[in-house]
Design a protein around this ligand. Sequence first.
Ligand SMILES: [Zn+2]
Length: 235
Amino acid sequence: MHREIEKVWAVHEMDARLLELNTTLQKLDNGAAAQAALTNAEKELARLHEELTAARVALNDAEVSLKANETRSEGLQKRLYGGMVSKQAEVEAVEHEIADLKAKAGVLETTILESMDAIEAAESAVKAQEEVVQKWKERVKTIRAAYATSSGELQAKIQEASEKRAECLALAPETVMFTYEAIRKRTKTTAMARLMDGTCEGCHMQVPSFTIMRLKNSTELTTCDNCGRLLFLEV
Ligand SMILES: [Zn+2]
């Protein structure tokens, strides 16, 4: 086997390490999903606050209207029983208005009770949602802290491996590296694979014996017939 290939193998080992480190880095949870859940929880909380405000406004409006209704009704009754209304038609009109006010007061009282129930329900929904928001806030904080630590460690390892790769690359033969990079571009992962027990470690396929013979005896570069990676025989 071409012994210069060992120097290319050294580059490959660093590339395989970098690939693994970058994959691990990409898989790390950076908290984006938890942040999205937090944003949704906060939106829901805002919606519940609006619901609560609307219920409080409805209660206030009904109370004000009921108060005005009572004042008007009391005034009419004073006129009626204070003898200020004498004509029959006028008595009937006042009595009619009092009855009308009474009916409206009944509706307003129902609205007040319903608003009170709505406020109570909205208050407890707000309280529960505040807890949900708080939980997500803590979760985002925890995930981000873990991400900062893990990604920092990985970045340091990536930096170290990149430096090591540059050192290995300086020693590797340029012509083989040209082929190596072409294969790497095609596989999008690795360009070399070890031959282990007659199998290519890149694609895990059996390597034909004539290919193994060539790998052992020739100084030519030997590639896996299946995946096209440069085969490497450890000695
Ligand atoms: Zn292969």
